[in-house]
Structure formats: structure tokens, C-alpha cells
Write a protein that binds this ligand. Structure first.
Ligand code: FEO
Ligand code: CA
Ligand code: CA
Ligand code: CA
Length: 762
């Protein structure tokens, strides 16, 4: 989520802020690695290098002179018979509407506040509504499809009835309050009223809603027995290696085995056994610390403070504050009253022991959470082994009988990392339809290894295991890990110790079903600099190679990598369990008019140009790579959008060296690997959203003939003081599309169908 830049810091989402001040790979190290390898080649070690790179399939990477290859490129996967991307590309748009290609229809079916329970009244959309535990939450985000047969049982083939499992990431705020949720825009000073706080808490979390096609038209089913909300107050179990760890002990759970709720749910995933995975992203922003809490916990080098600082919960991350100041929360919920459900948002050390307060509460968020979409009686589980960080999506490898399952994940903040989980147990197809889905989750998601990615300048990379037995982690001077539970709870610190590569904000990842390659949206990083001047800036490296200046409007300059890129990885021969990979950049975001030598490296045309990729989902039906933007850089020209790509494979392009001139006149050369430039037949803009929104989340019916997409926070730039005057709303969608009461903008799910009944994207 990109927030306007003029907000007070307490109101800014933390995903645009970096907290990674570790000394991991900067450009000089990559440069040295590259030089030393060249020296090795010059020195006659070519055969050794050839053997190495041949064995890990480097043939796909590059075409540069120092690439040694003996492996033929794999065949391009066969496409379905119909012409995919046969539609006419949609132009960039600043209209307050959803634009899709001719021949397609987009319909709103499920918006903020829509009643889930039969007894809950229709949404007035004027700030008077209550009972949000039985309504759609706000800021619709990641979303997955769970088919239902006519018998009401789970179905892998149903195309006209199913459940949508959906994240409700956040709410539209300017200062403290959720401005569209309250009659007058809400209270923008502390303390926050109980009534406002209770509504704001309840619109976070996850919803499950039944949808069906009746008489040719999709609708959601009010009163369905399957409809369900998970909120930040719903009881959730811990599972995996950190369950019961002292770091998870709170006043709520003296055994460290459970917590309440999930928050800032961003990307999603769907397990091969049919459950929902939801990622907890900017959780740190919801909590507060009292003034003096750093000193109270033993000062800057105390473990608890090191951890809180690395996860962004430090007053110095907020403008103008010192270590002695309080750390402020986004909404001030901790001030609503003495009740435990408000007190838990203050993570200060107050009592004598961790069972007396919520000093550890921040450790209970930041996980991949598994939920059984079909069974309300099953408690959700936080899968701690998959690490604690600002999670986006969780993408499974293509399951292979007798091979481990891999789950790919990203940590969305500036300079954070890319991760992989590998199950100990090998996949068996018999588990695709298990008697107990959550027990199957225990099997594959509680025992395994967590890895973090290191990208090298030669187009290869390594998965570094985050294990307490790794000497770099066990002996890390910054933070003394107690056990493997500590390693996963403080995965960012372990990844620092292991030497991971700092990325340009990893958002969604998805696996290409045609060849198993893994795609990561790296949304942007405005802190890349040729010569970093502080620990919060990052030098360019091969996997994050661009530093440039973009102009927004007539005068605003945006530096670093404001438009983002999409990286892709190909695992070495061991597949899901591989510890090395090759990589390249599928696409670089850019304006079509930008310099194709330095910025628009993928030569995007005006039908293809985009900025800040975020959502990214491969269709299992068509193989189309759908990606979506959450942008603040190109929004002077266009609202956020969704594009359809038919990508090739890692290594189908060429090596490119980007040269930067430093202040002293010397050159900084960065090698990168640019995927084959798209053509008019392989990349097209498919959708542009209404004003001040983000496009996110995508799922489809198994026949590919209906896709569901979320429009998040239309009109998010509206000011709290203007809530009483609809003429000042920066968007009136979806009421201006004929959906619902009132004129306040609402996050909503749309369904897209093709008028001739064909598959979406054809
Ligand atoms: Fe919730 Fe990183 O987007
Ligand atoms: Ca957003
Ligand atoms: Ca621009
Ligand atoms: Ca996102």
C-alpha cells in the first residue's frame, strides 16, 4: 500500500519503510565476487567453471561473454488452442471506473460492509453501520477460490459455486481513524472511543463468503452457512517449531501456544490439500510502546529491543523521535480502555513477567496462517516454521509425487528478503483430498527447513538455510539466538546473519505451472542509491540493478527504483529441495517513453507500461501471468492496473551492464539479466481501476471462465475533514457503478466474465 507522502508517520503503512540496517550484500561485495570469478576464468579455471555452471543450468542466463554453457534451453511450453491475449489492450486511464477490454464484463459482487449473516441489515455506507463481525471487512486483498459442489461438499471441478477466502488488509485512514467507517470521519485524537475502535478492529482479518452463478449472473450468498469472519480477536493456535517458545508467552497464553487473531493480511496462497494461507504483513504498525520502554527492557543491545527494532517497532523509526520516546500505533486502539482486548495493543514491558503483560505480543504476528475454508469448527494455525516477517503471498511449487513441497514467500519492506520453506515429508497425491485438512497442514508445514535467498552477480543464487546449527546464525554477534524457535520468530535477524540479498520490496510470488519457475514482484525501492549515504539506503546490485530519477507530474522527483521489476528464479536440478538457482528479470516496470538503455529495459510499449507490480498470480487454466499494481509513481498518468503476460523462461533474454557515474567520476558497473522483451502478443494491459485504488488478489473458477479481482481502497486520498462532502471524495466507486447505498468509496470484489463465454484472457 502506497500512502500519500504528506501523512503523519503514524498513519503511514510500514511496508514503505525499511528496517534492515544489517551489513548484508552491497554492491562492492558483488563486484568483488564478479571480478574474482573473471580472474578465475582468465587464470585457466574454465573447465571447473563450466562444470559448475553446466550443472546448475546457467545456460539460460545471459549470453554475456563470461557465461559458460553446455545445457540446451528447455522447450517453450505449449499454449492452449485458442489465442490467448487475443483481446485489445486497455489504455491507461484516470477515470473513476473499472475499465476492461471490449467483449468483457466486470461486475461488483462483494464490498466493504456487505452483510454475511441473514440477520445483518444492508450496508447504509454512511458511518451508521455496526455488526462488522458479520460483514465484509475492509481493504479486500489476496483471495482464493474454494469450489463447492451442488451437495455442499468441497469440489475441485465446480465452476458455478464456491467460497472466496479473502484478506481484509487494512482500512482507509488519514490520521488514526478509519475515515469512511464513522459518521464524521472518526476521532483523530487520543484516546480512541470504544465504539470506533471496535468497528476498526472488526473490519480487519479474513472473510469467507459463498458466491454462485445463478441465471448466468454471479452473486454472493447472504446468510450462507459457509460465510465466516476471522478478526483480530479470533482465537488462533500456534503450530510448528516456535509453538510454546518463551518468545510467544503472553498474558493471554502462559504456554505460548495460542494468540488472538490475525492482522494486516495481504497476500494469500492455497495449499495442495485445499486450505487457505494468509500472510500477515505490516503488523508492527498496530502496536504501541510507552516512552522509556527501550531503557526499561535493558537498552539497545538487549535481545528484546534488538528484535523490536529489526521489526520496525522502535520510536526511532518514527519521524523526529528518540529512543526515549513512545512508539505510536497506527490507530491508537491501545487507548480505548483497560479491557484486555485494548491493552494487548500496547507491547511495553509493564509487569514482572511476560505472563503479566503483552511485551511479547508483537512476536505473535507476522506469520503465514492456515485456515480451513470449509470447516468453521477448526481453529486456524499460525505456521511458525515458515518464519516471521512482513508476509505477502505463499506460493507452492508444482507438487511432485515423492518430492518435498516448497513454499515461496517474500518480506515486503525496503531491503528485505525472499524466503523458501521446504517440507521434510515428501508429497503424496493421496493428500490432495484428506479427511482432515489441518492435520495435513501439520504434516507439510510444521516440519521442514526455512531458507533465504542470496543473489549473485553471475545470474546464479543460493538458498541459505536458517538453522540454529548454521555457524553464522549461532554465532551472530548482533543477536544471540536461543533455539530454532528464536530463529524463525526472528527470521529477519537470522537472514541478516546468513548473508541474504536485500531486495526492492518483495510482494507477491507465484509459480509458473508450465515450468515451475518462480516469479516475484519487487514493487519498488525509493532508497536505492549509487552511493548510499546512510544505512537505510541500498546500493544497486545485479538482482536490484536500477537507480534512476523519475518525474511525477511536473516537478516531483522519485529516485531509486520507483517503478519496480519482476524477478524470476529457476531451481537447480533438485527442484523444490534445491539449494541453488538461476535467475533473471522477467520485466522491468517503466514508462514507455523512458530510456530503453537505462530505465525501460524491457522496452515496454504504451499498451504494456506499468509501475509498482504487487499482486502476481499465474492462472492454472490458461497459464497467463496476471499481475497487478499498487502504485504511487505513475499515478499522475494512470490509475492502478492489471496486465496479462505470456512469459518465456529464465535466460531467454540477455545480460546487460548498467553503468553509473559516482561523485568522484569513477564508474560503477552492475551486470543484470534482462528477460526477452515482450511483444504485443505476449504482454497487454487488461484492466485499469478507479481512482486512488490498488488492484490486488486474483482467483478463478477451474474452467478459467470467471476471475475474481479485488479493488482495494478506491478514494484512499480523501481527507477525513471531507467525509461529509461527497463532492470531495477522490473516488465514488463502486456506488458510481450502481453498487450499494451511499457515495462513500468501498473496497470491493469484482467478477470478470467474457461475453462470448470464453476463458478470461483469450
Ligand atoms: Fe500489502 Fe506489500 O502489500
Ligand atoms: Ca493497498
Ligand atoms: Ca513519471
Ligand atoms: Ca501487496
Amino acid at each position: 500500500m502506497n500512502k500519500p507522502k504528506d501523512l503523519p508517520l503514524t498513519a503511514i503503512d510500514a511496508d514503505d519503510i525499511g528496517h534492515n540496517n544489517s551489513s548484508n550484500t552491497d554492491f562492492s561485495e558483488i563486484l568483488n565476487a564478479r571480478i574474482s570469478r573473471r580472474n578465475m576464468l582468465r587464470g585457466g579455471a574454465v573447465s571447473a567453471a563450466s562444470a559448475l555452471f553446466g550443472s546448475i543450468g546457467l545456460s539460460a542466463c545471459g549470453g554475456g561473454s563470461d557465461v559458460v554453457s553446455s545445457t540446451p534451453a528447455p522447450a517453450t511450453p505449449a499454449l492452449p488452442a485458442e489465442k490467448l491475449l487475443g483481446f485489445t489492450a486497455v489504455g491507461k486511464s484516470l477515470a473513476d471506473s473499472v475499465v476492461v477490454p471490449a467483449g468483457y464484463t466486470a461486475s461488483v459482487i462483494y464490498a466493504l460492509g456487505d452483510p454475511l449473516a441473514a440477520a445483518t441489515p444492508a450496508y447504509n455506507n454512511d458511518g451508521s453501520d455496526t455488526d462488522f463481525e458479520n460483514r465484509a471487512g475492509d481493504h479486500h486483498d489476496g483471495m482464493e477460490w474454494f469450489g463447492l459442489g451442488a451437495d455442499g461438499k468441497p469440489s475441485a471441478i465446480s465452476v458455478d459455486r464456491g467460497l472466496l477466502g479473502m484478506n481484509h488488509e487494512a482500512t482507509t485512514d488519514e490520521t488514526l481513524s478509519s475515515l469512511f467507517l464513522h459518521a464524521n470521519g472518526g476521532t483523530t485524537t487520543l484516546p480512541r472511543p470504544v465504539v470506533e475502535t471496535d468497528k476498526e478492529v472488526a473490519i480487519h482479518g479474513v472473510s469467507f463468503v459463498e458466491v454462485r452463478k445463478a441465471a448466468g449472473k454471479w452473486e454472493y450468498v447472504k446468510g450462507s452457512d459457509f460465510n465466516r469472519r476471522i478478526t483480530p480477536l479470533t482465537e488462533i493456535d500456534f503450530a510448528g517449531v516456535a509453538r510454546g517458545n518463551p518468545l510467544l508467552v503472553t498474558k493471554y497464553s502462559a504456554t505460548g501456544t495460542k494468540t488472538r487473531g490475525t492482522i494486516n493480511n495481504c497476500g494469500t496462497g492455497k495449499t495442495p490439500w485445499g486450505t487457505l494461507l494468509t500472510g500477515e504483513e505490516n503488523f508492527n504498525g498496530y502496536f504501541a510502546r510507552n516512552a522509556g520502554d527501550i531503557a526499561n527492557r535493558g537498552g539497545d543491545t538487549a535481545k528484546g529491543n534488538v528484535s523490536l527494532r529489526r521489526y520496525g517497532a522502535d520510536p526511532r523509526a518514527q519521524s523526529g523521535k528518540t529512543a526515549a520516546n513512545a512508539y505510536s500505533s497506527r490507530h491508537g486502539w491501545e487507548t480505548a480502555g483497560a479491557d484486555d482486548k485494548y491493552a494487548r495493543w500496547n507491547i511495553s514491558q509493564i509487569g514482572a513477567a511476560s505472563t503479566d503483560d503483552y511485551r511479547n505480543e508483537l512476536n505473535t504476528f507476522g506469520y503465514i496462517v492456515e485456515i480451513d475454508a470449509y470447516d468453521k469448527t477448526k481453529l486456524a494455525k499460525k505456521r511458525t516454521g515458515l518464519g516471521r516477517f512482513a508476509h505477502e503471498s505463499a506460493a507452492f511449487c508444482v507438487p511432485a509425487e515423492g518430492k518435498p513441497l516448497a513454499v515461496y514467500m517474500g518480506d515486503d519492506a525496503r531491503g528485505e528478503y525472499i524466503y523458501k520453506w521446504v517440507s521434510t515429508v515428501n508429497w503424496t497425491a493421496a493428500d490432495a483430498n484428506p479427511a482432515d485438512r489441518m492435520v495435513t497442514g501439520d504434516k507439510y508445514l510444521d516440519n521442514g527447513k526455512l531458507y533465504v535467498a542470496k543473489f549473485d552477480a553471475d545470474g546464479t543464487g543460493q538458498w541459505l538455510e536458517l538453522s540454529i546449527t548454521n555457524p553464522a546464525i549461532a554465532g551472530y554477534a548482533t543477536y544471540a539466538f536461543a533455539d530454532q524457535g528464536d530463529v524463525v520468530v526472528n527470521a529477519r535477524l537470522a537472514a541478516d546473519a546468513a548473508g541474504a540479498t536485500k531486495m526492492d520490496r518483495p510482494e507477491w510470488c507465484s509459480v509458473n505451472p508450465a515450468n515451475g519457475e518462480i516469479y516475484y514482484a519487487l514493487t519498488n525501492n525509493t532508497s536505492r542509491r549509487v552511493e548510499p549515504s546512510s544505512s537505510s539506503q541500498f546500493a544497486p546490485d545485479s538482482a536490484n540493478p536500477r537507480v534512476y530519477t523519475d518525474i511525477k507530474g511536473t516537478s516531483t522527483t522519485q529516485q531509486g527504483n520507483p517503478n519496480g521489476h519482476i524477478l524470476r528464479l529457476k531451481e537447480a536440478a533438485a527442484g523444490s529441495a534445491a539449494t541453488s538457482f538461476t535467475w533473471d528479470v522477467y520485466l522491468f516496470g517503466a514508462e514507455s517513453i523512458a530510456d530503453t538503455g537505462k530505465i525501460n529495459l524491457s522496452s515496454l510499449t504504451s499498451d504494456q507500461d506499468f509501475s509498482s507490480p504487487d499482486g502476481l498470480v499465474f492462472s492454472k487454466s490458461t497459464g497467463i501471468c496476471w499481475f497487478q499494481t499498487d502504485d504511487g509513481a505513475y499515478t499522475d498518468v494512470t490509475n492502478c492496473m492489471m496486465l496479462a503476460g505470456l512469459p518465456g523462461q529464465v535466460g531467454d533474454g540477455a545480460k546487460k551492464t548498467l553503468s553509473y557515474t559516482k561523485g568522484d567520476g569513477s564508474q560503477l558497473n552492475v551486470d543484470t539479466y534482462v528477460g526477452k522483451a515482450p511483444t504485443a502478443d505476449t504482454l497487454k494491459r487488461f484492466l485499469v481501476g478507479p481512482k486512488a485504488c490498488e488492484i490486488t488478489g486474483l482467483c478463478e473458477t477451474p474452467d478459467g471462465k470467471a476471475i475474481f479481482v479485488n479493488i482495494q481502497h478506491p478514494g484512499e486520498t480523501t481527507k477525513t475533514a471531507d467525509v461529509g462532502d461527497p463532492t470531495k471524495y477522490t473516488s465514488k466507486w463502486p456506488s458510481n457503478a450502481g453498487y450499494g447505498l451511499g457515495q462513500r468509496p468501498r473496497s470491493a470484489t469484482i467478477v470478470i466474465t467474457k461475453n462470448d463465454g470464453g476463458r478470461i484472457g483469450s
